[in-house]
Design a protein around this ligand. Structure first.
Ligand SMILES: Cc1cc2nc3c(=O)[nH]c(=O)nc-3n(C[C@H](O)[C@H](O)[C@H](O)COP(=O)(O)O)c2cc1C
Length: 344
């Protein structure tokens, strides 16, 4: 394999579809009706992941069958100062039909402004705006943003109100079980966000204090479902397609978000267990999409660990990926992997 850099992302997806078993075209998020009605047909969403969910990643997830994919979290202050780097996180790249944009910050006026600007720039490609009230990282919470908003519910409501006033699309919130271990506030907090105008609540069943450790509690997803009338999106420890269906059934949530379960596994959305050949082809496809979307090729290094997981000599191939620089370096490695597989 070698890259033809003139190829655009839509051509790359078409070129690899037969080898990967992923869709050659991306389907727009269902239009018309309430958000709850729109996720009925396909309730599987790709979660926001900072440093991961770039355009290429979102395209792979949607080619795998995700109804919608979220941007990385984007700073409203960054949009306020108009940085190109921040805008690059928000604007979908062809052939992405639409995108869910997640914003973080702590200033209602900046949120309102950001929603206005994002709506204007993305038009019909903006499917929804989500407000991050879940990020536990100190660099975010120390400024009162992310999960810290769960400790300032009046400010959180004001932020939802400011976004709703400027949005032409549903405004949703993503929350945690609570801030501190054993102090679950998600159900009452979710209700307050609904009253402020949130069109759906995504709940990650861990406390902010847990960061990403320990088990996610799905019971809190049920309790949030019981506390609000708007759709609830469950998140946490959905590793397989079967887990996603189990969460829907066990909690009564309207949709499920998959985060780490998507690592090297875009098929998680369509209940296919891929062959080794399909996983290698998908890695090559993903690498080509990084190139076609203008991403930094270093992103392909962490992807190698995910797509090659469980394969013979995976650790040495991962080391090999660390030495790759250009798209052709990565594709040559895939060729060698395919040849090595053919000999065994
Ligand atoms: C690398 C990484 C980055 C993440 N970034 C975000 C983010 O920007 N916004 C957000 O709301 N959640 C973020 N999350 C949380 C996920 O969306 C999800 O709620 C959480 O990982 C639980 O799901 P999981 O157990 O399926 O991974 C991130 C998670 C990971 C692993």
């Amino acid at each position: 394999m070698s890259s033809n850099s003139a190829c655009v992302a839509s051509e790359v997806l078409r070129e690899y579809a037969a080898q990967t078993g992923l869709a050659p075209e991306l389907v727009p998020f269902a239009r018309g009706g309430s958000l709850g009605e729109r996720v009925l047909a396909n309730p599987l969403l790709m979660a926001p992941m900072a440093g991961v969910s770039d355009a290429a990643y979102r395209m792979m997830a949607r080619a795998g069958g995700a109804a919608l994919a979220y941007s990385e979290m984007v700073s409203v202050a960054g949009l306020h100062y108009g940085s190109d780097k921040t805008w690059a996180l928000v604007v979908p790249k062809d052939p992405e039909p639409d995108i869910a944009v997640q914003l973080f910050g702590s200033d209602p006026a900046q949120f309102g402004e950001a929603v206005g600007a994002v709506s204007e720039r993305l038009g019909s490609r903006l499917a929804l705006v989500d407000i991050n009230m879940a990020c536990p990282m100190p660099k975010v919470t120390k400024g009162g943003a992310g999960a810290a908003l769960m400790g300032t519910p009046d400010l959180a409501s004001e932020i939802v109100g400011a976004c709703v006033a400027m949005a032409k699309v549903p405004v949703t919130v993503k929350i945690r079980r609570g801030l501190h271990m054993g102090k679950e506030v998600a159900p009452q907090f979710a209700r307050k966000m609904q009253e402020a105008g949130a069109a759906a609540v995504a709940i990650h069943g861990r406390y902010a204090a847990q960061l990403y450790r320990g088990e996610a509690d799905w019971g809190v997803v049920s309790r949030v479902v019981g506390a609000v009338e708007v759709p609830v999106i469950g998140s946490g420890d959905v590793r397989t397609h079967e887990d996603a269906l189990r969460m829907l059934g066990a909690t009564g949530c309207s949709a499920v978000m998959v985060a780490r379960g998507t690592y090297g596994m875009p098929w998680v959305f369509c209940d296919v267990v891929p062959t080794t050949q399909q996983r290698l082809a998908a890695y090559a496809c993903h690498v080509r999409l990084l190139e076609a979307t203008g991403a930094h090729m270093a992103r392909a290094r962490s992807l190698a660990g995910w797509y090659l997981r469980g394969m013979p000599h995976a650790a040495s191939w991962r080391n090999r990926a660390m030495r790759c620089v250009t798209v052709d370096d990565y594709l040559a490695m895939v060729d060698e992997l395919v040849a090595a597989g053919a000999q065994t």
